[in-house]
Design a protein around this ligand. Structure first.
Ligand code: ZN
Length: 311
């Protein structure tokens, strides 16, 4: 049993247009872009990070915008919905704000006793805002949304799976416990003290085909551990249980390991250290194009080939 995991760290998705993506998260949702870098494995593609003021784990939504990507086809074997936490009584504000900003797919919902507002991301991405009591995380408030309404970070992700049982067993191994059930959806919460992004929903849909990944799809979901030592403990335990886990990879702002889960979703375990301010002042996070050491020699090529992002 793993006791090192403290909730979600980040969610990484695919997009088509970098400027549209940037506008959606910074201007419409009011998050802060805390890093503008490139996909370390494909450096001719941006990697954009949106979060709170400093990129606190549990608040970090990241994107790979591939300019010519086809839209994904939703289905099973993926994270279908990414949920952000907002204060109680703010969904009216958000509904009006999203309508005024041309956001589509708005649907008020209720699940597990929580009021939610579903909406579509720029490429049809599945999002919801969930009214959450007692979420004490400090929001970013320089993005046009005030302290009383601003997004606090992630609430949860919801996976759609043909067979949820093996993934549920994995979540229990990762120190999550089932706390509720509604129809075909089971809710899991991290045991002990989480970072606020504490929930995972599993929706079991045996008759729905597998998703085809593309723009608007979640690429992977990352879980938070405090440091590299705890990450190595998690890696060892997962491998002892039979999972194929990658070696530890340096992502400059955190250390990462990845493994494929039984339901098809790619999981990552990422460290809280060193964080997004390791190469930029907090006051200027996300402004300059940051490249990892191994791609610094490509800077002039990348600066002339990456489409500039309209801020
Ligand atoms: Zn990641």
């Amino acid at each position: 049993m793993l006791e090192q995991i403290r909730g979600l760290h980040h969610v990484t998705s695919l997009a088509r247009d970098a400027s549209e993506n940037n506008e959606f998260f910074t201007r419409k949702l009011g998050l802060r872009r805390v890093k503008k870098t490139v996909n370390f494995d494909a450096p001719d593609v941006y990697h954009l990070y949106y979060a709170d003021k400093v990129g606190t784990p549990g608040t970090v939504m990241t994107y790979f915008p591939f300019p010519h990507a086809a839209r994904g086809k939703p289905g099973t074997g993926e994270v279908g919905v990414t949920a952000f936490s907002v204060p109680q009584g703010t969904l009216k504000y958000w509904e009006q704000r999203l309508v005024e900003n041309g956001v589509t797919g708005l649907r008020p919902e209720e699940r597990f006793g929580e009021k939610r507002l579903a909406f579509d991301g720029p490429d049809g991405d599945g999002f919801v805002l969930v009214e959450t009591a007692d979420d004490n995380r400090a929001p970013w408030t320089n993005g046009g949304v005030g302290n009383d309404e601003a997004i606090r970070g992630f609430h949860s992700v919801a996976m759609r799976l043909q067979d949820g049982d093996a993934t549920a067993e994995l979540l229990r191994f990762m120190n999550y416990e089932e706390i509720d059930r509604e129809g075909s959806i089971r809710r899991y919460a991290v045991k002990g003290e989480g970072n606020g992004a504490n929930f995972i929903d599993i929706e079991t849909l045996p008759l729905i085909n597998h998703a085809r990944q593309g723009a608007g799809s979640v690429h992977h979901v990352a879980f938070a551990v405090e440091n590299r030592e705890k990450q190595l403990e998690v890696r060892r335990a997962l491998m002892d249980t039979g999972y194929q886990v990658t070696p530890v990879i340096d992502r400059d702002y955190f250390w990462a390991i990845y493994f494929r889960t039984p339901g098809g979703v790619l999981f990552e375990v990422a460290t809280n250290e060193p964080g997004f301010d390791r190469d930029e002042d907090t006051a200027h996070l996300g402004e300059a194009l940051k490249l990892p050491r191994q791609h610094e020699h490509l800077r002039s090529f990348l600066e002339s080939h990456l489409e500039p992002i309209r801020d």
